[in-house]
Design a protein around this ligand. Structure first.
Ligand code: ATP
Length: 521
């Protein structure tokens, strides 16, 4: 990673801690790797993300209903889903550094290096030839560019084949052929590559051995599949219909880094949409479009989001795409949209011996529905929003000079605090009393903060740093005519308004309903 990217990412993680968004878990005991706690502002932001997802995916959808299934489930569920046999990552250790890596990630990094080399040639040529440079032609004809692109393509194919076949020896051979070294110390002294199952497990108290082995769910989806008939019958939904759930998932990730991007305990927001067999590609496209709309409605720039088809389809899928977001460390998966066929329902049907079929009254026949799934990590969405919002800006000060502020330009509907109520002076009883009266009124509708400590400029900065879209200041005019000043986080404009006008402005800006207006399935 380039130094400025490392620095930016450090700043974001530091900011998240300093302002009560995210703390490392068990910090006083030196932390627990890849586990994090959400602080007072973090929990608000996270809840707002979940609320927006639930409103768009359940509340707004006539044919989608919610579920909250238990984390513990019968161990056979994970056999049927394929997780016991196939939820593995290829693990490799370096004998010198004693560090553990995912072999596929090391190889993907090598592919990126070839691409970067090709891009560097192009950059050099742009500098050399200036305005008249034809980049497309150069990419098609320059030998060094072509050689590096070919190396990247061949390697990607070799990796995809090895992963599809679960061929660990081939992954080891790639590490050797490409002379891939440990990023930590440059050593090529690797162990064999072997499969590592990512599920955590625990033991039921009253049953010993394999029988009592309970897994912590690695995805929330299976709770939906095994409840498919319960939900369908109790809600009398007709195919097509969906079941949505938000909940914790657990994965024993080998390489858990990049802050909350890859955690061992995290939260998923998943929706399984049950459809007629044969209609999956239409629904797949529909959900791709809708989910992208959901992201864009938050004001995330279009060029920070993109679709990326899977090179490697999971055992259950016949089509799969990621919505990638440009995190500070590059484009990475934020959400997955998968056409899961009838794999899960059929497997549960076989292993449990219970019928999981739907009688379609229009077709007058029974079938196992196909499923299109949308699955997004709540924590990844949090990181995407935090990194997209983090901004250092030079702004004019009250005394005419300039200073730098850190501001989170979060969408107001997601901001942890919607409005801060600030008496101009702390030790003027009549100002603080008026401000408290306004606070006590507004807090019933909005998440508000009352703050009287420090100069007003410093209080504005504190609110900017947590992304509060509005600050309301109570001054001596308030006592005379009931008006207050409302400061806008983004434009820095200050307006003199009545409290009722403030309420209207805040209500319309933080409204979830407004955010949902632009979405249609
Ligand atoms: P990756 O390739 O990054 O490991 P995945 O393809 O295994 O992700 P899915 O199984 O499709 O992920 O899970 C759906 C979503 O859950 C992902 O898009 C991501 O947002 C989130 N997610 C998965 N694993 C983690 C994790 N370890 N920490 C945080 N979020 C995760």
């Amino acid at each position: 990673m380039a130094q400025e990217i490392v620095d930016l990412f450090k700043k974001i993680t530091g900011h998240a801690k300093e302002y009560g968004f995210i703390y490392p878990s068990s910090e006083i005991y030196d932390g627990l790797s890849a586990v994090y706690d959400y602080g007072p502002n973090g929990v608000e932001l996270k809840n707002n993300i979940k609320q927006y997802w639930w409103a768009a995916m359940v509340q707004m959808q006539e044919n989608i209903v919610g579920l909250d299934s238990a984390i513990f489930m019968h161990p056979k569920i994970w056999k049927a889903s394929g997780h016991v046999d196939a939820f593995n990552d290829p693990l490799v250790d370096n004998k010198d550094s004693k560090k553990r890596y995912r072999a596929d990630v090391l190889i993907e990094d090598q592919i990126d290096k070839y691409i970067a080399k090709a891009d560097k040639e192009v950059e050099k040529a742009i500098k050399r030839f200036g305005e008249n440079f034809d980049e497309a032609l150069f990419r098609k004809t320059n030998e060094r560019v072509l050689a590096n692109v070919e190396k990247a393509t061949n390697l990607a194919t070799r990796l995809a084949n090895a992963m599809r076949e679960g061929n660990m020896a081939e992954l080891g051979a790639i590490l050797a052929d490409e002379e891939i070294t440990d990023p930590d110390n440059g050593s090529k002294n690797w162990t064999e590559v072997r499969q590592f199952n990512l599920m955590f497990y625990t033991q039921l108290g009253n049953i010993s051995g394999e029988e009592g082995k309970l897994y912590l769910r690695p995805e929330t989806a299976q709770g939906i599949f095994v409840n498919f008939l319960n939900v369908q019958k109790t809600t009398r939904q007709k195919v097509p219909f969906g079941i949505a759930q938000i909940g914790k998932a657990f994965r024993n990730e080998i390489v858990a880094r990049q802050f909350i991007f890859r955690m061992r305990e995290f939260e998923q927001m998943e929706m399984q949409f049950f459809i007629r067999p044969g209609e999956e590609m239409t629904w797949y496209d529909t959900w791709k479009r809708f989910r992208m709309q959901w992201h864009l409605a938050l004001g995330t720039p279009q060029d920070k989001l993109r679709f990326k088809d899977h090179d490697n389809l999971a055992h259950y899928a016949n089509a799969a795409v990621d919505i990638q977001f440009e995190f500070p460390f590059g484009f990475r998966e934020l959400e997955g949209i998968h056409s899961r066929t009838d794999f899960d329902l059929k497997s549960h049907q076989e292993l449990s011996g219970k019928k999981l079929q739907y009688f379609d009254p229009e077709l007058n026949e029974s079938y196992t529905p196909y499923v299109v799934e949308t699955s997004i990590g709540c924590d990844r969405m949090f990181l995407a929003m935090l990194s997209n919002a983090y901004c250092e800006e030079v702004i004019p000060d009250a005394d005419g000079k300039e200073s730098t502020r850190v501001v989170l330009t979060l969408h107001p509907a997601l901001a942890p605090v919607k409005i801060a109520i600030l008496p101009l002076l702390k030790n003027k009883e009549e100002l603080t009393a008026a401000a408290k009266t306004i606070y006590n009124k507004l807090k019933k509708e909005f998440s508000c903060q009352y703050d009287e400590k420090d100069a007003i400029g410093r209080r504005y900065r504190r609110q900017d740093a947590i992304g509060t879209p509005f600050c309301l200041t109570v001054d001596f005019d308030t006592l005379e005519n009931g008006t207050v000043t409302l400061r806008d986080r983004d434009t820095l404009k200050q307006e003199r308004l009545t409290v009722a006008q403030v309420e209207d402005i805040v209500r319309s800006k933080v409204s979830l309903a407004k955010l949902l207006e632009g979405l249609d399935l």
